[in-house]
Design a protein around this ligand. Structure first.
Ligand code: BES
Ligand code: MN
Ligand code: ZN
Length: 494
């Protein structure tokens, strides 16, 4: 999809459809809409008076052959209350408009921003929305959707200047990287094993000029990554540890090195502590954290920030089998700590622990891990917010500020020594589930915390937000790629 700035007036833009939006306010027809309505001879005003144009969020009003416009249709999207309108709504509105028009076979589009929204940030949000909205997982459909046609181009009308052009480029890099993550996450586990994920990461790294190191099962064992070995031993598929590294052209001495660690369980059956069959097919997305940090590296390779970034992705299946780990087993993690495995379904923390240890060994001074770690985070925050746990207030706030700008909902959760008590084992240093009821997302985070030292560390639990069970006006169902935009923004802020 081609997205280009166009400086001509909205009336003469050639397109199958011109998109703009209306707020839920009094009067609704004002600013850019009033100008537009001047050309249209008062049609919008009359629609508003008839109660057909109310500005309700994502409500669509399509006008055919609008008089005075070269565009063949005009789509006015509801934008909700102006005081609640942020980059989140703008991004989603652009996505929803694209999905609505694509379904009608319209392929040459134009987007007209409202007054006061012609800055670079808005252009970036619209660019991201258009590309994210266009994402579809139809690669295994032998018959493509009828009537739906790929959108060829979107003209951004009335945005000025070079700064905005740079924002469009940036928005494209970010959205395409997010879609790269979504594609990996949507892959079924028979098509995306740990080995295939490693190959895909390596191919991307080669294309983008990133350093890449793939560790096989022998290397993993020789590094004494006890957690990754323990989780993978029940599977016929061998594990992989994926390491990607970006070094800036002009490294600054003493600058931070960001280490991203992503959980990639390409399928989580639960192991011997097996999960119920209902909904188990969704456990192919248990590698979303890993896919997301790999995709962040793609964006970083293209955006070329002045900070060094590396990612470590332990990849494995979690299967029951003759060699599978069993409840009560004890293993030694790479860090040297001993762990009693109470429940083999709490596998993510076991592989992430070794991932964190390895990222520190590689020189990371700041750590962020991303994982579909617990069902408990869904209990706490529903499918709305990402759970954020952090040891360093300033670093954590930096990430939360980034999330705001990136338009991803995140909420900080507590850590605390009281929770550390709950993961103390009677026979080893740690046990992999909390004793007692409640706080499951927190005890999981506390487990990870045992594997970092003084460096600022953040854990993102994306179990509730990495997957959409139903399509939204602005998004296909399935993988969301959540976390990517926030991490790219965090790197920008470092
Ligand atoms: N991959 C799951 C967490 C999960 C749940 C992800 C729902 C996406 C949606 C994780 O490995 C898991 O099974 N966690 C257990 C931990 C428990 C055994 C302490 C859970 O949350 O039930
Ligand atoms: Mn599990
Ligand atoms: Zn899991």
């Amino acid at each position: 999809m081609d997205i280009a700035l166009r400086s001509e007036p909205f009336a003469t833009v050639e397109a199958d459809a011109l998109i703009t939006y209306v707020f839920e306010q009094d009067p609704p027809i004002c600013g850019v809409l009033a100008e537009l309505d001047g050309v249209l001879g008062g049609r919008l005003q009359r629609l508003a008076e008839a109660g057909e144009l109310r500005g309700k969020l994502y409500e669509m009003t399509l006008l055919h052959e609008p008089p005075g416009l070269t565009a063949r249709r005009l789509l006015v999207v509801g934008a909700g209350k102006p005081e609640k309108f942020t980059g989140v709504e703008l991004r989603r509105l652009a996505a929803a408009a694209l999905r609505y028009l694509k379904g009608r076979g319209l392929s040459r589009l134009a987007f007209l921003p409202r007054e006061g929204q012609r800055d670079a940030a808005a252009a970036q949000a619209v660019t991201e929305g258009l590309l994210l909205g266009d994402f579809e997982m139809d690669k295994y459909k032998t018959e493509k959707k009828e009537g739906s046609k790929a959108v060829a181009s979107v003209a951004l009308v009335g945005w000025p200047g070079a700064e905005v052009q740079a924002a469009v480029v940036r928005g494209r890099i970010i959205a395409e990287s997010q879609n790269f993550a979504r594609e990996l996450i949507n892959e079924p586990s028979n098509r995306l094993t740990p080995r295939v994920l490693a190959e895909r990461a390596a191919a991307m790294a080669k294309e983008e000029g990133l350093e890449c190191d793939i560790l096989d099962e022998k290397k993993i064992a020789s590094l004494r990554m006890g957690g990754l070995v323990a989780v993978s031993q029940g599977s016929a598929e061998p594990p992989r540890l994926i390491v990607l590294r970006y070094r800036p052209a002009q490294p600054r001495p003493g600058a931070p090195v960001l280490g991203l660690v992503g959980k990639a369980v390409t399928f989580d059956t639960g192991g011997i502590s097996i999960k119920p069959s209902e909904g188990m097919e969704k456990m192919k997305y248990d590698m979303a954290g890993g896919a997301t940090v790999i995709a962040v590296m793609r964006a970083v390779a293209r955006l070329k920030p002045p900070v060094e970034v590396l990612c470590v992705v332990p990849a494995t299946e979690n299967m029951p089998g003759g060699r599978a780990q069993k409840p009560g087993d004890v293993y030694i993690a790479m860090s040297g700590k001993s762990v009693e495995v109470i429940n083999t379904d709490a596998e993510g923390r076991l592989i992430l622990a070794d991932g964190l240890t390895y990222a520190r060994q590689l020189g990371a001074t700041h750590l962020v891990d991303v994982a579909t770690l617990t069902g408990a985070i869904v209990v706490a925050l529903a499918n709305v917010n990402v759970g954020v746990f952090g040891t360093d207030d300033a670093f954590t706030q930096q990430l939360l500020d980034g999330a705001k700008v990136a338009g991803e909902k995140m909420w900080r959760m507590p850590l605390g020594d009281e929770y550390a008590e709950m993961i103390r084992s009677t026979i080893a240093d740690l046990q992999n589930v909390g004793s007692g009821k409640g706080g499951g997302a927190i005890t999981a985070a506390m487990f990870l915390r045992e594997f970092v030292e003084a460096e600022p560390w953040i854990h993102l639990d994306i179990a509730g937000t990495a997957w959409l069970d139903e399509a939204k006006p602005w998004s296909a169902k399935g993988a969301t790629g959540v976390g990517l935009r926030t991490l790219v923004e965090l790197i920008h802020r470092l």
